[in-house]
Design a protein around this ligand. Structure first.
Ligand code: SF4
Ligand code: SF4
Length: 337
């Protein structure tokens, strides 16, 4: 680890690209079970507005951080609004990053998408609510009833700070309290969901009992409430692949994913109903393919996209897809089964 701008930054090591490793074949696993992965109706546009983030977490599959300069331009942002306007099937626009709120067009994008009557998700790291210039961000999100999905890998300080850096736990709790005071996570129209992901080379535990435990611990110790907990499997890419490599655990983790392959989870993987848009407008089947630079098969860019009607089209898969289909399965909305 190195320290930059007071933040723990994972050391950058040369990494063997996934394509050059001897990896188990996801396509073969599907064929052996008589399965095929194809797109259904697209209902969610997931928009990655850039890699800039005020944090630099160990597990970050985006490799986001305070020094990243990739950020969505106003031209791409305007095109996104255009596509949403002409696509009534898109019910939800899901903003992610980096910290999406650090993109200068974020509030404009949220307002435009809400004007079109679509649901908005903000994947918020909580600490961004306390960044200089973001003092009114929480009120802005509350007024527009934006759903917040916030990373909270544990209810204990030690586990959160191991993964997300020193001082993050206290700020996250302060952020949750602030959101609760604005009506978030209190059974009203302001939805606050938390995300758990393992802080080691193992699969997430069962979502329902873990949610009950989180609710009990956060209420008892910090008087914090929330709606749902999503358990998400770490995919062996980017910083998480570095972590596995550094511990000599990459092959072991891949084998864990493969031996837990669950064919039932295939029907619920998020790429069947979602298109992911990169900061530069490139299109992907999901955020993970985006990080691996595996574009959508039918259109490379949002400027080429005539319609989001891609039903029946094939999905670009790879060994990382075992991460979405292991055990109870995993998606941006938590466990699949
Ligand atoms: S807060 Fe999220 S986007 Fe930022 S570094 Fe952490 S995991 Fe990555
Ligand atoms: S990694 Fe992406 S393409 Fe692969 S199964 Fe998961 S969502 Fe689908």
């Amino acid at each position: 680890m190195t320290v930059q701008n007071g933040l723990l930054m994972p050391a950058v090591r040369p990494r063997l690209p996934l394509a050059q490793r001897q990896l188990p074949q996801f396509e073969r696993a599907l064929v052996e079970r008589g399965l095929e992965l194809r797109r259904g109706a697209t209902t969610t546009l997931q928009v990655n507005v850039g890699k800039l983030c005020n944090q630099a977490c160990h597990h970050c599959h985006v490799e986001a951080g305070p020094l990243r300069t990739e950020i969505m331009s106003d031209e791409v942002a305007s095109r996104i609004v255009e596509i949403v306007e002409r696509s009534p099937g898109i019910a939800t626009v899901d903003f992610t990053g980096g910290a999406p709120e650090l993109n200068p067009h974020f509030t404009w994008l949220v307002d435009e998408v809400r004007r079109l009557g679509r649901h908005v998700i903000d994947r918020c790291n909580l600490t961004v609510l306390f960044e200089p210039g973001k003092e009114h961000l929480a009120e802005f999100l509350a007024e527009r009833e934006v759903e917040i999905i916030a990373s909270m890998p544990c209810y204990s300080e030690r586990n959160v700070e191991e993964q997300r850096g020193h001082g993050v736990f206290a700020k996250s709790i302060a952020g949750l309290r602030r959101l609760n005071a604005l009506g978030y996570g209190t059974d009203g129209p302001r939805t606050l969901n938390l995300v758990y992901n393992p802080n080691g080379a193992f699969l997430p535990p069962s979502q329902v009992p873990l949610e009950a435990r989180y609710k009990a611990e956060l209420a008892a110790n910090f008087q914090v409430t929330f709606d749902r907990l999503f358990t998400i499997t770490n995919l062996p890419i980017a910083r998480y692949a570095d972590y596995l490599d550094s511990q000599g655990l990459f092959d072991q983790y891949m084998s864990l994913l493969v031996t837990h392959f669950n064919p039932q989870a295939v029907t619920g993987v998020m790429c069947r109903s979602l298109i992911s848009v990169g900061w530069d407008g490139t299109l992907y089947d999901c955020d993970f393919n985006q990080m691996l630079d595996i574009p959508l098969k039918s259109a490379r860019s949002i400027f080429e996209l005539a319609s989001v009607d891609l039903e029946g089209e094939g999905i670009a898969t790879g060994a990382h897809c075992f991460g979405c289909t292991a055990g109870a399965g995993s998606s941006c909305g938590g466990s699949i089964l």
